[in-house]
Design a protein around this ligand. Sequence first.
Ligand SMILES: [Ca+2]
Ligand SMILES: [Ca+2]
Ligand SMILES: [Ca+2]
Length: 280
Amino acid sequence: MASRSQFRRRAAEGKLSAGCIALVLASACGAAHAQVATLQDLNSTAQFNFGVASIQSSFLVDGLNQLNSGGLYFGVGAGAESSVSSLGPATLSLYDGTRGVTATFAGAQFTLQLDYRLTGQTIGSGASTLTETVRIINTSGSLLNIRLYSFQDYDLGGTPGNDAVQFASFGGSYFLANQEDPSVALAQSIFAPGANRIESDTTGALLGKLSNGSMDNLNNNGAAGPGDVSWALQWDFSLAPGLSTVVSRTTSLQLQVIPEPTSFALLGLAALGLVFRLRK
Ligand SMILES: [Ca+2]
Ligand SMILES: [Ca+2]
Ligand SMILES: [Ca+2]
């Protein structure tokens, strides 16, 4: 099997279709419905599996994972929430090299396009941005009342227990969340349009709500932590037949660049050595 770089080169020469590039990068070319993709850009890597509820399983910035899991759920009418992976299998296509992936789910009543775009920064900068964009097209013959939920369990700095989150609202909708690790990192998420409802907790109850088989609205608890924070957004909309709507969440991470303890230790030893030389 050719290496990824060989495939990229052949892709650049126009010898591979975009669909096959996606499958190659999923390490499963030839499989009927590869559901995994890895995005990579500069200092950042993110892994996705569109065949399971926990769609995003990692978000590495300068080699350190910041995310436990991320998923997308929906409910129609008064129905219970389901993971969008239940609409699958999805058709995947990568774009802009390894920086973007679009997964298209052809549901019975609507088509859902789930897109992730990764924008890394220079190695060692500790900065990165990931945008999740969802487009829903009503392919049925009747009005659909849809609830869409984006669930995020970031563990900033790779440590789950010491994060806190706070939402900001304006004009009755929620447009921003800041999740912070006190010494290591800040993740700022902005939502467009603003979310109708939100929820944050440190107990895992939120994820249970989205998978308990009954209809739930998020409870608008706008602050949680310190603890193993997770949170979700809920957008409510009515779609006439043939119409579509788009929502997005953009999360910008900034890790503080703190010298490694070993560096401090080496600096200390170097200083001691200097003192000894000066005394001689
Ligand atoms: Ca943390
Ligand atoms: Ca539920
Ligand atoms: Ca967490």
